[in-house]
Design a protein around this ligand. Sequence first.
Ligand SMILES: Cc1cc2nc3c(=O)[nH]c(=O)nc-3n(C[C@H](O)[C@H](O)[C@H](O)COP(=O)(O)O)c2cc1C
Length: 196
Amino acid sequence: MHVLTVLDHPNPSSFCASVAREFMEGAKAAGHTTELADLHAEGFDPRWNAADIIANEGGEMPVDVLTEQARIARADAICLIFPLFWWGMPSMMKGWMDRVWCWGWAYDQLDDPELSMQRPRSGVLLVPAGARSDEIIDDGYLDAMETSWIKGTFGYFGLSPRKLILLYGSTGSEERRKALLKQSFDAGYTLAPANP
Ligand SMILES: Cc1cc2nc3c(=O)[nH]c(=O)nc-3n(C[C@H](O)[C@H](O)[C@H](O)COP(=O)(O)O)c2cc1C
Protein backbone atom coordinates (compact mmCIF):
# COMPACT_ATOMS: atom_id res chain seq x y z
CA MET A 1 0.00 0.00 0.00
CA HIS A 2 0.99 3.62 -0.33
CA VAL A 3 0.73 5.16 3.12
CA LEU A 4 0.26 8.88 3.76
CA THR A 5 1.30 10.11 7.21
CA VAL A 6 -0.02 13.53 8.21
CA LEU A 7 1.87 15.16 11.07
CA ASP A 8 0.77 18.16 13.13
CA HIS A 9 3.67 19.34 15.27
CA PRO A 10 5.93 22.39 14.84
CA ASN A 11 8.99 20.80 16.45
CA PRO A 12 10.96 18.24 14.40
CA SER A 13 12.48 16.92 17.67
CA SER A 14 9.10 16.40 19.33
CA PHE A 15 7.74 13.10 20.53
CA CYS A 16 5.03 13.35 17.84
CA ALA A 17 7.71 13.64 15.14
CA SER A 18 9.39 10.51 16.54
CA VAL A 19 6.05 8.72 16.48
CA ALA A 20 5.69 9.64 12.78
CA ARG A 21 9.20 8.35 12.02
CA GLU A 22 8.59 5.06 13.83
CA PHE A 23 5.20 4.54 12.22
CA MET A 24 6.69 5.08 8.75
CA GLU A 25 9.61 2.76 9.53
CA GLY A 26 7.12 0.08 10.54
CA ALA A 27 5.09 0.60 7.35
CA LYS A 28 8.26 0.38 5.23
CA ALA A 29 9.37 -2.78 7.04
CA ALA A 30 6.02 -4.31 6.06
CA GLY A 31 6.71 -3.47 2.41
CA HIS A 32 4.61 -0.31 2.05
CA THR A 33 5.68 2.95 0.40
CA THR A 34 5.37 6.08 2.52
CA GLU A 35 4.82 9.79 2.12
CA LEU A 36 4.86 12.46 4.85
CA ALA A 37 2.70 15.58 4.98
CA ASP A 38 4.51 17.67 7.61
CA LEU A 39 1.92 20.40 7.90
CA HIS A 40 3.92 22.91 9.97
CA ALA A 41 7.17 22.44 8.01
CA GLU A 42 5.25 22.92 4.77
CA GLY A 43 3.39 26.00 6.04
CA PHE A 44 -0.11 24.67 5.43
CA ASP A 45 -2.70 27.37 6.17
CA PRO A 46 -5.36 25.72 8.37
CA ARG A 47 -7.77 28.66 8.35
CA TRP A 48 -11.05 27.81 6.61
CA ASN A 49 -11.61 30.87 4.42
CA ALA A 50 -13.76 32.60 1.79
CA ALA A 51 -12.04 30.73 -1.08
CA ASP A 52 -13.03 27.44 0.57
CA ILE A 53 -16.67 28.56 0.70
CA ILE A 54 -16.58 29.48 -3.00
CA ALA A 55 -15.06 26.07 -3.79
CA ASN A 56 -17.76 24.33 -1.76
CA GLU A 57 -20.35 26.17 -3.87
CA GLY A 58 -18.83 24.83 -7.09
CA GLY A 59 -16.06 27.38 -7.67
CA GLU A 60 -12.37 26.73 -8.11
CA MET A 61 -10.61 24.71 -5.42
CA PRO A 62 -7.71 26.58 -3.71
CA VAL A 63 -4.33 25.30 -4.93
CA ASP A 64 -3.12 24.23 -1.47
CA VAL A 65 -6.28 22.15 -0.98
CA LEU A 66 -5.80 20.54 -4.40
CA THR A 67 -2.24 19.60 -3.42
CA GLU A 68 -3.45 17.84 -0.27
CA GLN A 69 -6.30 16.11 -2.13
CA ALA A 70 -3.80 14.78 -4.70
CA ARG A 71 -1.78 13.32 -1.83
CA ILE A 72 -4.86 11.62 -0.46
CA ALA A 73 -5.86 10.37 -3.92
CA ARG A 74 -2.62 8.41 -4.30
CA ALA A 75 -2.78 6.93 -0.78
CA ASP A 76 -4.27 3.56 0.16
CA ALA A 77 -3.85 4.20 3.88
CA ILE A 78 -3.73 7.36 5.97
CA CYS A 79 -2.25 7.94 9.42
CA LEU A 80 -2.94 11.16 11.32
CA ILE A 81 -0.51 12.09 14.10
CA PHE A 82 -1.11 14.97 16.51
CA PRO A 83 -0.77 15.61 20.25
CA LEU A 84 -3.99 15.46 22.27
CA PHE A 85 -4.89 19.07 23.12
CA TRP A 86 -7.85 19.77 25.41
CA TRP A 87 -9.25 16.32 24.62
CA GLY A 88 -9.29 17.19 20.95
CA MET A 89 -7.00 17.89 18.02
CA PRO A 90 -4.76 20.94 17.64
CA SER A 91 -5.73 23.67 15.18
CA MET A 92 -3.41 22.63 12.33
CA MET A 93 -4.89 19.12 12.00
CA LYS A 94 -8.40 20.44 12.55
CA GLY A 95 -7.97 23.03 9.78
CA TRP A 96 -6.41 20.47 7.42
CA MET A 97 -9.48 18.30 7.89
CA ASP A 98 -11.94 21.20 7.58
CA ARG A 99 -10.42 22.50 4.36
CA VAL A 100 -9.24 19.38 2.54
CA TRP A 101 -12.01 16.84 3.20
CA CYS A 102 -14.67 19.14 1.87
CA TRP A 103 -18.27 18.90 0.73
CA GLY A 104 -18.53 17.60 -2.83
CA TRP A 105 -15.12 15.90 -2.69
CA ALA A 106 -15.22 13.78 0.46
CA TYR A 107 -18.98 13.62 1.01
CA ASP A 108 -22.20 15.16 -0.31
CA GLN A 109 -24.70 14.14 2.36
CA LEU A 110 -25.19 14.72 6.07
CA ASP A 111 -27.53 11.94 7.10
CA ASP A 112 -25.19 8.94 6.82
CA PRO A 113 -21.68 9.21 8.29
CA GLU A 114 -20.76 5.88 6.68
CA LEU A 115 -21.13 7.18 3.12
CA SER A 116 -18.13 8.76 1.45
CA MET A 117 -17.36 9.89 -2.09
CA GLN A 118 -13.84 8.62 -1.52
CA ARG A 119 -12.70 5.05 -2.08
CA PRO A 120 -12.10 3.07 1.12
CA ARG A 121 -8.70 3.70 2.71
CA SER A 122 -7.21 2.17 5.80
CA GLY A 123 -7.09 4.79 8.56
CA VAL A 124 -5.23 5.11 11.84
CA LEU A 125 -4.91 7.94 14.34
CA LEU A 126 -1.80 7.95 16.53
CA VAL A 127 -2.38 10.45 19.31
CA PRO A 128 0.20 11.05 22.05
CA ALA A 129 -1.56 12.12 25.27
CA GLY A 130 0.01 13.33 28.48
CA ALA A 131 -2.55 11.68 30.76
CA ARG A 132 -2.56 8.06 31.94
CA SER A 133 -4.95 5.55 30.38
CA ASP A 134 -7.12 5.31 33.52
CA GLU A 135 -7.51 9.11 33.63
CA ILE A 136 -8.60 9.13 29.98
CA ILE A 137 -10.79 6.03 29.94
CA ASP A 138 -12.51 6.21 33.34
CA ASP A 139 -13.70 9.79 32.87
CA GLY A 140 -15.18 9.04 29.43
CA TYR A 141 -12.75 11.01 27.28
CA LEU A 142 -11.84 8.00 25.14
CA ASP A 143 -15.52 7.25 24.49
CA ALA A 144 -16.06 10.90 23.53
CA MET A 145 -13.19 10.79 21.01
CA GLU A 146 -14.33 7.45 19.60
CA THR A 147 -17.81 8.89 19.12
CA SER A 148 -16.84 12.16 17.47
CA TRP A 149 -13.94 10.84 15.35
CA ILE A 150 -14.45 7.17 14.62
CA LYS A 151 -18.26 7.22 14.52
CA GLY A 152 -19.00 10.79 13.49
CA THR A 153 -16.18 11.90 11.20
CA PHE A 154 -13.92 9.40 9.51
CA GLY A 155 -16.69 7.41 7.82
CA TYR A 156 -17.38 10.57 5.78
CA PHE A 157 -13.73 10.40 4.73
CA GLY A 158 -14.03 6.76 3.61
CA LEU A 159 -11.56 5.49 6.21
CA SER A 160 -12.38 1.80 6.55
CA PRO A 161 -11.22 0.11 8.67
CA ARG A 162 -10.26 2.92 11.04
CA LYS A 163 -8.60 2.87 14.44
CA LEU A 164 -7.84 5.42 17.17
CA ILE A 165 -4.64 4.63 19.09
CA LEU A 166 -4.01 6.88 22.08
CA LEU A 167 -0.37 6.86 23.22
CA TYR A 168 -1.04 7.32 26.92
CA GLY A 169 1.52 8.91 29.23
CA SER A 170 3.53 10.45 26.39
CA THR A 171 5.24 12.90 28.75
CA GLY A 172 6.33 10.11 31.11
CA SER A 173 9.58 8.25 31.64
CA GLU A 174 12.07 7.37 28.90
CA GLU A 175 11.01 3.75 29.29
CA ARG A 176 7.38 4.67 28.79
CA ARG A 177 8.17 6.73 25.70
CA LYS A 178 10.26 3.91 24.25
CA ALA A 179 7.31 1.55 24.62
CA LEU A 180 5.02 4.06 22.89
CA LEU A 181 7.48 4.40 20.00
CA LYS A 182 7.51 0.61 19.67
CA GLN A 183 3.70 0.72 19.60
CA SER A 184 3.93 3.32 16.79
CA PHE A 185 6.30 1.10 14.78
CA ASP A 186 3.94 -1.84 15.25
CA ALA A 187 0.97 0.25 14.08
CA GLY A 188 2.80 0.81 10.78
CA TYR A 189 3.99 -2.78 10.55
CA THR A 190 0.53 -4.26 11.12
CA LEU A 191 -1.47 -1.73 9.12
CA ALA A 192 -4.72 -3.34 7.97
CA PRO A 193 -5.57 -3.28 4.27
CA ALA A 194 -8.44 -1.08 3.17
CA ASN A 195 -11.84 -2.78 3.14
CA PRO A 196 -12.97 -3.73 -0.38
C1 LIG B 1 -2.27 23.11 24.91
C2 LIG B 1 -2.10 21.72 25.44
C3 LIG B 1 -3.23 20.97 25.76
C4 LIG B 1 -3.11 19.66 26.21
N1 LIG B 1 -4.24 18.96 26.51
C5 LIG B 1 -4.13 17.66 26.91
C6 LIG B 1 -5.30 16.89 27.18
O1 LIG B 1 -6.44 17.37 27.08
N2 LIG B 1 -5.13 15.60 27.58
C7 LIG B 1 -3.90 15.02 27.70
O2 LIG B 1 -3.83 13.84 28.04
N3 LIG B 1 -2.77 15.73 27.43
C8 LIG B 1 -2.85 17.03 27.04
N4 LIG B 1 -1.71 17.74 26.75
C9 LIG B 1 -0.41 17.05 26.79
C10 LIG B 1 0.03 16.67 25.38
O3 LIG B 1 -0.85 15.75 24.78
C11 LIG B 1 1.45 16.10 25.41
O4 LIG B 1 2.28 17.12 25.92
C12 LIG B 1 1.91 15.69 24.05
O5 LIG B 1 1.29 14.50 23.66
C13 LIG B 1 3.41 15.47 24.03
O6 LIG B 1 3.83 15.35 22.70
P1 LIG B 1 5.02 16.26 22.14
O7 LIG B 1 6.19 16.06 23.07
O8 LIG B 1 5.26 15.72 20.77
O9 LIG B 1 4.53 17.69 22.14
C14 LIG B 1 -1.82 19.07 26.33
C15 LIG B 1 -0.68 19.83 26.02
C16 LIG B 1 -0.81 21.13 25.59
C17 LIG B 1 0.44 21.94 25.26
